[in-house]
Design a protein around this ligand. Structure first.
Ligand code: ZN
Length: 165
């Protein structure tokens, strides 16, 4: 971006937020040459949004892929396609704020966060297939955490030896 005061081309982004009902990203920038602050708007349909794979390969972000991944994880779960579509839209908007390029890992983590808040089963299924999360230890730790959170109180106060007596 060119500074409106000194035409310098180096700037840093100091704030990013969605504008125009999610149709644009508004960024506050500060010129590194003269310190002038200015605002830019990026229309989403004009801004490339790229996913960088582990291999370094780049491809355009596709919301439909995010939805397909969540759909697979939420089979027979009470998450409608409309709900998944909404989740995917929120994920896309949040990730776009982080930059024109995003890692597949960041996308996966965003999906995990979204599912964890909505459906534990879908969340665990997605976690189990999510490539950055295939380490069995991670998965078990998360599953254990969820069990603790969702298990009724009495099992927490009585140990196994008492249960047998
Ligand atoms: Zn400037």
């Amino acid at each position: 971006m060119r500074c409106p005061r000194c035409s310098g081309v180096e700037d840093k982004v100091i704030d990013s937020r969605m504008a125009e009902d999610g149709g644009a990203i508004r960024r506050r920038r500060e010129c590194l040459t003269c310190g002038r602050r200015f605002t830019t708007y990026e229309r989403l349909e004009e801004v490339p949004f790229v996913v960088v794979k582990r291999s370094g390969q780049r491809e355009p972000f596709e919301r439909s892929k995010v939805i397909a991944g969540m759909q697979a994880a939420s089979k027979n779960r009470p998450l409608s396609l409309a709900a998944l579509d909404q989740i995917a839209q929120e994920i896309e908007e949040n990730l776009r704020l982080e930059g024109p390029e995003i890692s597949t890992q960041a996308v996966g983590l965003a999906v995990l966060d979204a599912l964890r808040a909505r459906d534990h089963v879908a969340y665990l299924r997605f976690a189990s297939v999510y490539k950055g999360f295939t380490d069995a230890g991670d998965f078990q730790r998360e599953a254990g955490l969820l069990t603790k959170l969702t298990t009724p109180k009495h099992s927490a106060t009585s140990g196994p030896e008492q249960a047998d007596a």
